[in-house]
Design a protein around this ligand. Structure first.
Ligand code: PLP
Length: 428
């Protein structure tokens, strides 16, 4: 590649962060299936442990296969650095552990993946962190929730399962005025459709388990540091702006500048809480990312065709796919993700809860399971599965009422996908 050319997204998806293996010449990034790495000598070991030099020590903290994955995702999102971890939930835990102290608050959109609602609303309480809920369709509701204890704002770019497109720029403005970082979960969009940094996000998280890995074979998560938040100027984030006792008093934001957040999440939160991604999973996800642009476009094209077909079906009450003209979020979709509104959407059955349960029992090509972003088409009835732990009110607010069915449209022939839904609806 010529030096004066900036590589495009398709090229980055295949090459960013990777080079032929320096030891063997292997062209594909190898799976460095080792727990630990031999030090050159005692001084080298000391420098690694003091954060005076970068290098591999132990796979919980860093590993060459993981490093390529991290560099690739940072490049695709336009961030300064990234940290790959064991799951999307682990990514969220490490982000908040790095930002918050006991007694702090953060604001989150209530239109989130059900597991995130549980994580924020219940498990995080044990750490002394309080979530205040806001409405992702109304930036002013975030402003109204800001208190002197607010330390971060969190929203999904495309909300799961509701398919709502978030006005990231409007919420980023609120975050800026409040002097706190905006964290965006970009799992459903992926950087192929939408890059939250371009609209003011400071930190991006993903469940790699979904479209980035893309084949339903590995759990993983990632944190992207956009390098945009000034931790020293803020002074409200002691992990970053005050001397770190476990590294001989260095101040991470001073030493590491615009990638200090990624470093802090790695050398403190990941080191001490421990949810590392396995090198094997990192390898599988890296391989998946090589075809991300091709896959995402097909997911979107198939999803649009299925949504159009469903919206004309007599048993279907409504279809919520932002790619459909006339959808409440169509204008936002055209602005934020003009190439496609993603592969996941919901629709409602006129006959309600029982019809949803029957439909998931009648499909043959679709798999009835709790995941999205596979090559295969997937179906779930959130009210009886992923969102069943929530109260009726919170379920409805999260876009998971009793009649709602969620589809994750795969890469099969679209005629076969539609034929399966057709027979399953007829059988109900
Ligand atoms: N964020 C979103 C939008 C999700 O859909 C999920 C899982 O479904 C997660 C986060 C959590 O990811 P993981 O299952 O990899 O922990």
């Amino acid at each position: 590649m010529s030096a004066d050319r900036t590589p495009g997204f398709n090229t980055l998806a295949i090459h960013a962060g990777a080079q032929p293996d320096p030891a063997t010449g292997a062209r594909v990034t190898p799976i460095y299936q080792t727990t630990s790495f031999v030090f050159d000598d005692v001084d080298h070991a000391a420098a690694l442990f003091n954060l005076e030099t970068f290098g591999n020590i132990y796979t919980r903290i860093m590993n060459p296969t993981q490093a390529v994955l991290e560099e690739r995702i940072a490049a695709l999102e336009g961030g300064t650095a990234a940290l790959a971890v064991a799951s999307g939930h682990a990514a969220q835990l490490l982000v908040f552990h790095t930002l918050l102290e006991p007694g702090d608050e953060f604001i989150a959109a209530r239109q989130l993946y059900g597991g995130s609602i549980n994580q924020f609303g219940y498990s995080f309480q044990k750490c002394g962190w309080t979530v205040r809920w806001a409405d992702t369709t109304d930036a002013e509701s975030f402003r109204a929730a800001v208190t002197p204890k607010t330390k971060a704002i969190f929203a999904e770019s495309i909300a799961n399962p509701g398919g709502i497109i978030t006005d990231i720029e409007a919420i980023a403005k609120v975050a800026k005025e409040a002097g706190v970082p905006l964290i965006v979960d970009n799992t459903l969009a992926t950087p192929y459709l939408l890059r939250p940094k371009e609209y003011g996000a400071d930190i991006i998280v993903h469940s790699l388990t979904k479209f980035l890995g893309g084949h339903g074979n590995s759990i993983g998560g990632v944190i992207v540091d956009c390098g945009t938040f000034d931790w020293l100027a803020s002074g409200r984030y002691p992990t970053l702006s005050q001397p770190t006792q476990s590294y001989h008093g260095i101040t991470l934001a001073e030493t590491f500048g615009n990638f200090a957040f990624a470093i802090a999440a790695r050398v403190l939160a990941l080191r001490d809480l421990g949810p590392a991604i396995s090198p094997f999973n990192a390898f599988l996800i890296l391989t998946g990312i090589e075809t991300l642009p091709l896959r995402m476009q097909r997911h979107c094209d198939n999803a649009l065709a299925v949504a159009e077909w469903l919206s004309k079906h007599e048993r279907v009450a409504w279809v919520n796919y932002a790619g459909l003209p006339g959808n409440a979020y169509h204008a936002l979709a055209k602005r934020y993700c003009p190439t496609g509104a993603g592969g996941v959407f919901t629709f409602g059955l006129k006959a309600g809860y029982e019809a949803g349960v029957k439909l998931v029992g009648n499909v043959k090509l679709f798999s009835h399971l709790a995941n999205i972003g596979d090559t295969r088409s997937l179906i779930i009835h959130p009210a009886s599965t992923t969102h069943r732990q929530l109260s009726d009110e919170n379920r409805a607010r999260a876009g998971a009422g009793p009649d709602v069915v969620r589809l994750s449209i795969g890469l099969e022939d679209v005629g076969d996908i539609i034929a399966d839904l057709d027979q399953a609806l007829a059988a109900g």
